[in-house]
Design a protein around this ligand. Structure first.
Ligand code: SF4
Length: 321
Protein backbone atom coordinates (compact mmCIF):
# COMPACT_ATOMS: atom_id res chain seq x y z
CA UNK A 1 0.00 0.00 0.00
CA UNK A 2 1.43 3.40 -0.95
CA UNK A 3 1.81 6.39 1.38
CA UNK A 4 -1.01 8.37 -0.28
CA UNK A 5 -3.40 5.56 0.48
CA UNK A 6 -2.27 5.30 4.12
CA UNK A 7 -2.55 9.07 4.46
CA UNK A 8 -6.12 9.03 3.16
CA UNK A 9 -7.01 6.15 5.47
CA UNK A 10 -5.67 8.04 8.50
CA UNK A 11 -7.61 11.18 7.59
CA UNK A 12 -10.80 9.14 7.16
CA UNK A 13 -10.38 7.34 10.49
CA UNK A 14 -9.82 10.63 12.31
CA UNK A 15 -12.76 12.42 10.72
CA UNK A 16 -14.98 9.36 11.07
CA UNK A 17 -14.61 9.60 14.84
CA UNK A 18 -15.32 13.32 14.91
CA UNK A 19 -18.39 12.93 12.73
CA UNK A 20 -19.61 9.80 14.57
CA UNK A 21 -19.87 8.08 11.19
CA UNK A 22 -20.53 4.38 10.67
CA UNK A 23 -18.76 3.12 7.53
CA UNK A 24 -20.21 -0.02 5.97
CA UNK A 25 -18.44 -1.75 3.08
CA UNK A 26 -19.66 -4.56 0.87
CA UNK A 27 -17.41 -7.58 0.35
CA UNK A 28 -16.77 -6.40 -3.23
CA UNK A 29 -15.10 -3.14 -2.16
CA UNK A 30 -11.35 -2.69 -2.52
CA UNK A 31 -9.18 -3.86 0.38
CA UNK A 32 -8.22 -0.22 1.17
CA UNK A 33 -11.90 0.59 1.74
CA UNK A 34 -12.57 -2.65 3.63
CA UNK A 35 -9.72 -1.72 5.99
CA UNK A 36 -11.30 1.58 7.13
CA UNK A 37 -14.85 0.19 7.39
CA UNK A 38 -16.54 -0.53 10.73
CA UNK A 39 -18.16 -3.53 9.16
CA UNK A 40 -17.65 -5.52 5.95
CA UNK A 41 -20.27 -7.97 4.75
CA UNK A 42 -22.93 -8.98 2.25
CA UNK A 43 -25.96 -6.82 1.50
CA UNK A 44 -28.21 -8.25 4.18
CA UNK A 45 -25.52 -8.26 6.87
CA UNK A 46 -24.87 -4.59 6.08
CA UNK A 47 -28.59 -3.76 6.12
CA UNK A 48 -28.81 -5.34 9.58
CA UNK A 49 -25.77 -3.41 10.78
CA UNK A 50 -27.35 -0.17 9.60
CA UNK A 51 -30.43 -0.99 11.66
CA UNK A 52 -28.17 -1.17 14.73
CA UNK A 53 -26.61 2.24 14.18
CA UNK A 54 -27.65 3.83 17.51
CA UNK A 55 -25.12 6.42 18.62
CA UNK A 56 -23.93 7.20 15.08
CA UNK A 57 -24.78 10.48 13.37
CA UNK A 58 -24.26 9.34 9.79
CA UNK A 59 -23.77 6.20 7.73
CA UNK A 60 -21.43 5.99 4.75
CA UNK A 61 -22.49 3.02 2.67
CA UNK A 62 -19.83 1.69 0.29
CA UNK A 63 -21.93 -0.55 -1.87
CA UNK A 64 -24.34 -0.08 -4.75
CA UNK A 65 -27.34 2.18 -4.38
CA UNK A 66 -30.06 -0.42 -3.70
CA UNK A 67 -28.06 -1.54 -0.65
CA UNK A 68 -27.80 2.02 0.65
CA UNK A 69 -31.55 2.39 0.08
CA UNK A 70 -32.18 -0.57 2.38
CA UNK A 71 -30.08 1.16 5.05
CA UNK A 72 -32.15 4.32 4.57
CA UNK A 73 -35.36 2.28 5.04
CA UNK A 74 -34.13 0.42 8.12
CA UNK A 75 -32.49 3.42 9.74
CA UNK A 76 -34.70 6.41 8.90
CA UNK A 77 -33.27 8.71 11.58
CA UNK A 78 -29.63 8.61 10.48
CA UNK A 79 -28.57 10.16 7.14
CA UNK A 80 -27.14 7.60 4.73
CA UNK A 81 -24.46 8.74 2.26
CA UNK A 82 -23.00 6.89 -0.70
CA UNK A 83 -19.42 7.83 -1.71
CA UNK A 84 -20.26 7.79 -5.45
CA UNK A 85 -23.95 8.44 -6.24
CA UNK A 86 -23.49 6.78 -9.65
CA UNK A 87 -22.81 3.33 -8.13
CA UNK A 88 -25.90 1.61 -9.51
CA UNK A 89 -26.28 -2.15 -9.89
CA UNK A 90 -27.00 -2.96 -13.58
CA UNK A 91 -28.80 -6.14 -12.52
CA UNK A 92 -31.30 -4.04 -10.52
CA UNK A 93 -31.99 -2.00 -13.67
CA UNK A 94 -33.47 -5.00 -15.53
CA UNK A 95 -36.86 -4.63 -13.84
CA UNK A 96 -38.71 -1.57 -12.67
CA UNK A 97 -42.11 -1.15 -11.01
CA UNK A 98 -43.86 -0.92 -14.40
CA UNK A 99 -42.34 -4.24 -15.56
CA UNK A 100 -43.60 -5.93 -12.39
CA UNK A 101 -47.10 -4.49 -12.85
CA UNK A 102 -47.16 -5.66 -16.48
CA UNK A 103 -46.16 -9.20 -15.54
CA UNK A 104 -48.81 -9.23 -12.79
CA UNK A 105 -51.47 -8.49 -15.42
CA UNK A 106 -50.43 -11.69 -17.25
CA UNK A 107 -50.40 -13.77 -14.04
CA UNK A 108 -52.87 -12.06 -11.69
CA UNK A 109 -52.92 -14.93 -9.16
CA UNK A 110 -49.17 -15.48 -8.88
CA UNK A 111 -47.24 -13.85 -6.02
CA UNK A 112 -44.21 -11.74 -6.92
CA UNK A 113 -40.84 -12.41 -5.32
CA UNK A 114 -37.93 -10.10 -6.09
CA UNK A 115 -34.29 -10.35 -5.23
CA UNK A 116 -32.91 -7.60 -2.96
CA UNK A 117 -31.04 -6.32 -6.01
CA UNK A 118 -33.90 -4.02 -7.01
CA UNK A 119 -34.66 -0.35 -6.42
CA UNK A 120 -36.94 0.76 -3.57
CA UNK A 121 -39.57 1.72 -6.14
CA UNK A 122 -39.56 -1.80 -7.65
CA UNK A 123 -39.78 -3.37 -4.20
CA UNK A 124 -43.06 -1.54 -3.55
CA UNK A 125 -44.73 -3.57 -6.33
CA UNK A 126 -43.67 -6.92 -4.94
CA UNK A 127 -45.25 -9.28 -2.47
CA UNK A 128 -41.98 -10.71 -1.12
CA UNK A 129 -38.23 -10.05 -1.13
CA UNK A 130 -35.46 -12.64 -1.05
CA UNK A 131 -31.69 -12.76 -0.93
CA UNK A 132 -29.61 -15.27 -2.88
CA UNK A 133 -29.56 -17.51 0.17
CA UNK A 134 -33.21 -17.23 1.15
CA UNK A 135 -34.76 -17.42 -2.36
CA UNK A 136 -35.59 -21.15 -2.19
CA UNK A 137 -37.11 -20.90 1.29
CA UNK A 138 -39.07 -17.73 0.54
CA UNK A 139 -40.59 -19.24 -2.63
CA UNK A 140 -41.42 -22.52 -0.88
CA UNK A 141 -43.01 -20.70 2.06
CA UNK A 142 -45.71 -19.28 -0.24
CA UNK A 143 -47.31 -22.62 -1.15
CA UNK A 144 -48.03 -21.21 -4.63
CA UNK A 145 -47.99 -23.15 -7.91
CA UNK A 146 -46.56 -20.23 -9.87
CA UNK A 147 -44.30 -17.42 -8.70
CA UNK A 148 -43.13 -14.35 -10.66
CA UNK A 149 -39.43 -13.84 -10.00
CA UNK A 150 -36.74 -11.32 -10.92
CA UNK A 151 -34.46 -9.73 -11.83
CA UNK A 152 -31.76 -12.44 -11.89
CA UNK A 153 -32.53 -15.28 -14.28
CA UNK A 154 -29.63 -17.41 -12.98
CA UNK A 155 -30.95 -17.18 -9.43
CA UNK A 156 -34.42 -17.92 -10.82
CA UNK A 157 -33.06 -21.11 -12.40
CA UNK A 158 -31.44 -22.04 -9.07
CA UNK A 159 -34.87 -21.72 -7.40
CA UNK A 160 -36.58 -23.63 -10.23
CA UNK A 161 -34.20 -26.56 -9.74
CA UNK A 162 -34.64 -26.68 -5.98
CA UNK A 163 -38.41 -26.31 -5.69
CA UNK A 164 -41.49 -27.74 -7.42
CA UNK A 165 -42.80 -24.26 -8.14
CA UNK A 166 -43.26 -22.86 -11.65
CA UNK A 167 -40.92 -19.86 -11.71
CA UNK A 168 -41.75 -17.19 -14.29
CA UNK A 169 -38.98 -14.68 -15.03
CA UNK A 170 -40.19 -11.09 -14.90
CA UNK A 171 -37.44 -10.40 -17.46
CA UNK A 172 -35.57 -13.48 -18.72
CA UNK A 173 -32.62 -11.31 -19.80
CA UNK A 174 -31.79 -10.28 -16.21
CA UNK A 175 -28.22 -11.24 -15.31
CA UNK A 176 -25.36 -9.89 -13.21
CA UNK A 177 -22.73 -9.23 -15.90
CA UNK A 178 -19.94 -10.00 -13.40
CA UNK A 179 -21.14 -13.47 -12.34
CA UNK A 180 -22.20 -14.19 -15.88
CA UNK A 181 -18.53 -13.98 -16.96
CA UNK A 182 -17.89 -17.39 -15.40
CA UNK A 183 -18.30 -20.49 -17.51
CA UNK A 184 -18.09 -24.21 -16.96
CA UNK A 185 -14.82 -24.69 -18.87
CA UNK A 186 -13.05 -22.35 -16.41
CA UNK A 187 -14.21 -24.45 -13.49
CA UNK A 188 -13.33 -27.78 -15.14
CA UNK A 189 -9.85 -26.46 -15.89
CA UNK A 190 -9.21 -25.29 -12.31
CA UNK A 191 -10.62 -28.44 -10.77
CA UNK A 192 -8.18 -30.48 -12.86
CA UNK A 193 -5.32 -28.30 -11.66
CA UNK A 194 -6.43 -28.25 -7.99
CA UNK A 195 -8.25 -31.55 -7.41
CA UNK A 196 -8.45 -31.03 -3.62
CA UNK A 197 -9.90 -27.53 -3.84
CA UNK A 198 -13.44 -26.76 -2.71
CA UNK A 199 -15.26 -24.78 -5.40
CA UNK A 200 -17.90 -22.32 -4.16
CA UNK A 201 -20.16 -20.51 -6.64
CA UNK A 202 -22.50 -17.59 -6.08
CA UNK A 203 -26.13 -18.28 -7.16
CA UNK A 204 -25.88 -15.44 -9.71
CA UNK A 205 -23.45 -17.65 -11.71
CA UNK A 206 -24.74 -19.57 -14.74
CA UNK A 207 -26.52 -22.73 -13.58
CA UNK A 208 -23.96 -25.13 -15.08
CA UNK A 209 -21.23 -23.45 -12.98
CA UNK A 210 -23.41 -23.72 -9.85
CA UNK A 211 -24.07 -27.39 -10.52
CA UNK A 212 -20.40 -28.24 -11.06
CA UNK A 213 -19.35 -26.40 -7.89
CA UNK A 214 -19.07 -28.16 -4.53
CA UNK A 215 -21.14 -25.49 -2.78
CA UNK A 216 -23.42 -22.64 -3.78
CA UNK A 217 -23.82 -19.61 -1.55
CA UNK A 218 -23.71 -15.90 -0.87
CA UNK A 219 -20.53 -13.98 -0.16
CA UNK A 220 -21.35 -14.18 3.56
CA UNK A 221 -21.53 -17.96 3.32
CA UNK A 222 -18.19 -18.03 1.43
CA UNK A 223 -16.54 -16.01 4.21
CA UNK A 224 -17.78 -18.42 6.86
CA UNK A 225 -16.96 -21.55 4.88
CA UNK A 226 -13.35 -20.55 4.21
CA UNK A 227 -12.91 -19.58 7.89
CA UNK A 228 -14.43 -22.76 9.30
CA UNK A 229 -13.34 -25.45 6.82
CA UNK A 230 -10.21 -27.55 7.27
CA UNK A 231 -9.64 -27.45 3.50
CA UNK A 232 -6.61 -25.50 2.34
CA UNK A 233 -7.57 -24.54 -1.20
CA UNK A 234 -10.73 -22.87 -2.48
CA UNK A 235 -11.92 -21.90 -5.94
CA UNK A 236 -14.15 -18.86 -5.57
CA UNK A 237 -16.73 -17.91 -8.22
CA UNK A 238 -17.63 -14.35 -7.31
CA UNK A 239 -16.33 -10.79 -7.58
CA UNK A 240 -12.60 -10.20 -6.99
CA UNK A 241 -13.07 -7.96 -3.92
CA UNK A 242 -14.12 -11.00 -1.92
CA UNK A 243 -11.25 -13.10 -3.30
CA UNK A 244 -8.76 -10.46 -2.10
CA UNK A 245 -10.45 -10.26 1.31
CA UNK A 246 -10.36 -14.05 1.79
CA UNK A 247 -6.70 -14.31 0.79
CA UNK A 248 -5.74 -11.43 3.11
CA UNK A 249 -7.62 -12.93 6.07
CA UNK A 250 -6.38 -16.49 5.46
CA UNK A 251 -2.71 -16.32 4.46
CA UNK A 252 -2.37 -20.04 5.32
CA UNK A 253 -4.97 -20.97 2.65
CA UNK A 254 -4.93 -20.65 -1.13
CA UNK A 255 -7.82 -18.72 -2.62
CA UNK A 256 -8.15 -19.11 -6.37
CA UNK A 257 -10.52 -16.86 -8.31
CA UNK A 258 -12.51 -18.67 -10.96
CA UNK A 259 -11.78 -15.71 -13.24
CA UNK A 260 -9.59 -12.72 -12.37
CA UNK A 261 -11.53 -10.43 -14.71
CA UNK A 262 -14.67 -10.70 -12.54
CA UNK A 263 -14.63 -7.10 -11.30
CA UNK A 264 -17.79 -5.07 -10.68
CA UNK A 265 -17.12 -1.63 -12.14
CA UNK A 266 -20.05 -0.12 -10.24
CA UNK A 267 -18.84 -1.34 -6.82
CA UNK A 268 -15.36 -0.05 -7.65
CA UNK A 269 -16.62 3.49 -8.27
CA UNK A 270 -16.11 4.17 -4.57
CA UNK A 271 -12.66 5.34 -3.52
CA UNK A 272 -10.97 6.49 -0.31
CA UNK A 273 -10.91 10.04 -1.67
CA UNK A 274 -14.68 9.99 -2.28
CA UNK A 275 -15.29 8.70 1.26
CA UNK A 276 -13.12 11.49 2.64
CA UNK A 277 -15.03 14.05 0.53
CA UNK A 278 -18.31 12.86 2.04
CA UNK A 279 -16.91 13.17 5.57
CA UNK A 280 -15.52 16.63 4.90
CA UNK A 281 -18.38 18.18 2.94
CA UNK A 282 -21.54 16.13 3.65
CA UNK A 283 -22.65 16.69 0.02
CA UNK A 284 -26.39 16.61 -0.48
CA UNK A 285 -25.95 14.86 -3.83
CA UNK A 286 -24.54 11.84 -1.97
CA UNK A 287 -27.47 11.53 0.44
CA UNK A 288 -29.55 8.40 -0.20
CA UNK A 289 -33.28 8.71 0.41
CA UNK A 290 -36.24 6.55 -0.54
CA UNK A 291 -39.74 7.80 -1.39
CA UNK A 292 -41.61 7.83 1.94
CA UNK A 293 -44.42 5.64 0.61
CA UNK A 294 -41.96 2.79 -0.11
CA UNK A 295 -40.49 2.33 3.38
CA UNK A 296 -43.36 0.59 5.29
CA UNK A 297 -43.88 -2.00 2.52
CA UNK A 298 -40.15 -2.75 2.24
CA UNK A 299 -39.92 -3.22 6.02
CA UNK A 300 -42.87 -5.59 5.92
CA UNK A 301 -41.49 -7.80 3.12
CA UNK A 302 -38.05 -7.89 4.74
CA UNK A 303 -39.73 -9.04 7.91
CA UNK A 304 -41.37 -11.93 6.06
CA UNK A 305 -38.04 -12.96 4.57
CA UNK A 306 -36.40 -12.98 7.99
CA UNK A 307 -39.18 -15.22 9.31
CA UNK A 308 -38.88 -17.89 6.61
CA UNK A 309 -35.13 -17.91 6.10
CA UNK A 310 -33.61 -21.30 6.84
CA UNK A 311 -30.91 -23.66 5.63
CA UNK A 312 -32.07 -25.96 2.82
CA UNK A 313 -30.53 -29.44 2.89
CA UNK A 314 -29.98 -29.74 -0.88
CA UNK A 315 -27.59 -26.83 -1.32
CA UNK A 316 -25.35 -24.94 1.05
CA UNK A 317 -26.89 -21.52 0.84
CA UNK A 318 -26.98 -18.55 3.10
CA UNK A 319 -28.28 -15.02 3.36
CA UNK A 320 -27.07 -12.05 1.41
CA UNK A 321 -25.67 -11.34 -2.03
S1 SF4 B 1 -21.60 -7.73 -8.78
FE1 SF4 B 1 -23.41 -7.88 -10.10
S2 SF4 B 1 -25.16 -7.91 -8.72
FE2 SF4 B 1 -23.39 -7.14 -7.55
S3 SF4 B 1 -23.50 -4.92 -7.78
FE3 SF4 B 1 -22.13 -5.64 -9.41
S4 SF4 B 1 -23.52 -5.93 -11.15
FE4 SF4 B 1 -24.84 -5.76 -9.35
Amino acid sequence: MDNDCKDLQEKILKLKKERKALILAHNYQTIEIQEIADYVGDSLQLARKSAESNGYEMIIFSGVRFMAEMAAVLCPNVPVYIPDPGALCPLAAYIDAAAVRKKKEEYPDAPVVVYVNTTAETKTETDFICTSGSAVEVVESLGAETVLFGPDANLAEHVRRHTNVKIVDIDPRGRCYVHNMFDLSMLIELKKKYPDAIAIAHPECPIEVQEAADMVGSTGMMVRTVAESDAKTFIIATEMGLVHQLQKNHPDKTIIPLYEGAVCRQMKKHTLQKILDVLENLPEANLVTVPTHTAPHIREVLEHMNKVKGQGPAVAVDVGT
